[in-house]
Ligand binder design. Structure first.
Ligand SMILES: [Zn+2]
Length: 250
């Protein structure tokens, strides 16, 4: 059974448009889901990189701490050596000199002890901050994995719906001239997916250009399949001329 009258063909074209709108809506939802997941993954990657960076800095601080601890140990040894040297000193001049050395060593030790203590405190704070962030990133990753599993199900449902609408669409388009289906597809591709629009207030509701009154009248009478001369979209009337010649809203 083939469909040939302009009114019947227009009816098919409007059904095609409605089905394509449905598919587009599902795709918009699907793309939003995929987009959200991609954004979340980007955020996670960024946080991972930041954490790696902080771990690297922590390792540097720990090396620095070990060096400072070794320096402190060396100063303490120096002090002990000086002390034993002092016990063997008999001359007062030498005694004063060794004592001076000991004072310097004590000052160095006190200074280094403070440095080491401060460094340890900073390292501990840094470790805590990293641990907290690791926990936060871990939670976020678990959440992302959960969302991804959830999304996988929703995506499968969406894909199934798209496939189901495609089947309905194939049935709808089967009875009309396939050249019209091809033309429809070309317009849809060029016009954001909208290939069939209503005539409203004497103009095309797709591109909002005014149409010749005589042309509009033809569309209202559905005497031929009409397309907008400006945007090429198929035009259907939002009102009709009834058998008595009166205008009726559809
Ligand atoms: Zn138009």
């Amino acid at each position: 059974m083939s469909v040939t009258t302009p009114a019947e063909i227009m009816d098919v074209l409007r059904k095609m448009q409605a089905l394509d709108d449905e598919i587009r809506d599902i795709r918009v939802g699907r793309d939003a889901l995929v987009g959200n997941m991609e954004r979340l993954k980007k955020v996670l990657n960024h946080l991972d990189r930041e954490l790696d960076d902080k771990r690297g800095k922590l390792a540097e601080a720990e090396t620095w701490y070990r060096n400072k601890t070794n320096e402190l140990e060396a100063e303490r040894e120096k002090l002990n050596k000086g002390k034993s040297k002092l016990s063997g000193v008999t001359r007062s001049k030498e005694y004063i000199a060794v004592n001076k050395e000991l004072d310097i060593a004590r000052k160095n030790i006190a200074q280094k002890e403070e440095e080491v203590a401060n460094l340890m405190k900073a390292i501990e704070e840094f470790r805590e901050a990293i641990a907290k962030e690791e926990a936060k990133v871990g939670d976020l990753r678990a959440q992302a994995e959960h969302t991804e599993r959830d999304n996988a199900e929703r995506l499968a449902v969406m894909e199934a719906r798209i496939a189901e609408v495609d089947v309905r669409r194939a049935k709808v388009t089967a009875p009309i001239d396939q050249a019209i289906v091809t033309r429809y597809a070309r317009i849809a591709k060029a016009r954001e997916g909208i290939a069939v629009v209503a005539v409203k207030d004497g103009g095309c509701s797709g591109c909002n250009m005014q149409l010749q009154p005589r042309f509009v009248e033809n569309i209202l009478r559905a005497s031929s399949l009409s397309a907008c001369p400006h945007c090429s979209r198929y035009l259907y009337p939002s009102t009709m001329v009834d058998a008595d010649g009166g205008i009726v809203a559809l």
